[in-house]
Design a protein around this ligand. Structure first.
Ligand code: SF4
Length: 130
């Protein structure tokens, strides 16, 4: 798998950071747990404002489009902007999570981006993975 480049929505750098075993359904939750092992620091990701490897197992993924496309795209664009990144950029997962941690999580800015999300209470109540 090391040669693959995985499509990755920027805002999922926050969702995965605070993943604590909860998800939309059991298949999605198992997929999230699996991704935290697949996405090693060296894994290459391509930033995309569209469905990605996380969305692949989501019940809200309707024919490859999120059921809330405008909302999640706004989350994605905010993460890109905060981190100085661009859609389509390829980088290591480690580099990406370092930037999300430095520019969003550490300064306490996550909720300014996705504070209205249904999972906000979980993400607010615990330390993140990065
Ligand atoms: S389809 Fe939408 S709700 Fe599901 S993981 Fe992707 S962005 Fe999140």
């Amino acid at each position: 798998m090391s040669g693959n480049v995985y499509s990755f929505r920027p805002h999922h750098g926050m969702c995965l950071a605070y993943f604590a075993g909860h998800g939309y359904d059991s298949r999605f939750t198992a997929h999230m747990e699996h991704l935290l092992t697949v996405l090693t620091p060296e894994t290459r990701i391509r930033l995309t404002i569209g469905t990605d490897i996380v969305c692949a197992a989501c019940p809200n993924n309707l024919d490859d489009v999120c059921h809330k496309p405008r909302l999640v795209a706004a989350y994605d664009r905010a993460v890109l902007s905060r981190c100085g990144l661009s859609e389509g950029q390829v980088l290591s997962f480690r580099r990406f999570t370092d930037l999300v941690g430095e520019h969003i999580l550490a300064p306490g800015l996550r909720a300014t981006i996705c504070g209205g999300c249904q999972w906000n209470g979980i993400c607010s109540s615990q330390p993140g993975w990065w």
